[in-house]
Design a protein around this ligand. Structure first.
Ligand code: 13P
Length: 250
């Protein structure tokens, strides 16, 4: 049984003051959630602060991105070892905002995936199609291509210690959630696609859904057999909304 993991991607939001209040709210309600784990991914500038605030609690910490390089002359980037210094258990790689706004290629994302694992951090590999790709009927091909970039470079076993997040780009921040059936269809495809190479890896793989997930739709999404958690943007910025998603599972 793959118990769900719910991760909050705070993106580039908040201030030191608002983030302190958010973490305080999460800490007061974390005992009532119904999932394997809740994690938060603050902006890099606040990792040290949030790391200290969640130490010793059941709230896990994640980064939003990392460098593909281990160290060196890469101004502005954050290395996996640095995330590790602040006890990051997870790091998001290949978020659609990195792929589509910052132009990250499938190959660069695969390198970041490997850099995370080399640093002992579980990568959350985001995949998903643009609206026009869904309309062209190439959703599965896009997801397969994004996953194959990792498998081709590092082998299917690399997916063993990872999470995949299916985030249809048209559902991110738009209020348009994929229906549970639409999401389940793609999640099942992803699992079958990995299963063609290694069934045991596919069976153990956690596949999170992301895209306008909230307290109102989380239960139906998480009830689907291949939806093993959520990657939450907007609804992770208010403690009560995020905790309600954690209580909606199961
Ligand atoms: P929203 O939940 O705001 O749609 O964002 C989803 C997302 O991009 C999480 O990584």
């Amino acid at each position: 049984m793959r118990q769900p993991i719910i991760a909050g991607n705070w993106k580039m939001n908040g201030s030191l003051e608002s983030i302190r209040a958010l973490v305080a709210g999460l800490k007061s309600g974390i005992g009532e959630v119904n999932v394997a784990e809740m994690a938060v991914c603050p902006p890099a500038a606040y990792l040290a602060e949030v790391s200290a605030l969640v130490a010793g609690t059941d709230i896990a910490l994640g980064g939003q991105d990392l460098s593909n390089a281990a160290s060196g002359a890469y101004t502005g980037e954050v290395a996996g070892s640095m995330l590790n210094d602040f006890n990051c258990k997870y790091v998001i790689v290949g978020h659609s905002e990195r792929r589509n706004i910052r132009g990250e290629s499938d190959e660069l994302v695969a390198e970041k995936f490997k850099a995370a694992q080399d640093a002992g951090i579980t990568p959350i590999l985001c995949v998903g199609e643009l609206l026009e790709e869904r309309e062209e009927g190439v959703t599965e091909a896009v997801c397969a291509r994004q996953i194959d970039a990792v498998i081709n470079a590092y082998g299917v076993a690399a997916l063993e210690n990872s999470i995949i997040a299916y985030e249809p780009v048209w559902a991110i921040g738009t209020g348009k959630t994929a229906s549970p059936e639409q999401a389940q269809e793609v999640h099942a495809f992803i699992r079958a696609h990995v299963g063609k190479q290694d069934q045991a890896v596919a069976d153990g793989l956690r596949i999170q859904y992301g895209g306008s997930m909230n307290a109102g739709n989380a239960a139906d999404l998480l009830a689907q057999p291949d939806i093993d958690g959520g990657l939450i943007g907007g609804a992770s910025l208010k403690a009560e909304d995020f905790l309600a998603i954690g209580r909606a599972a199961g």
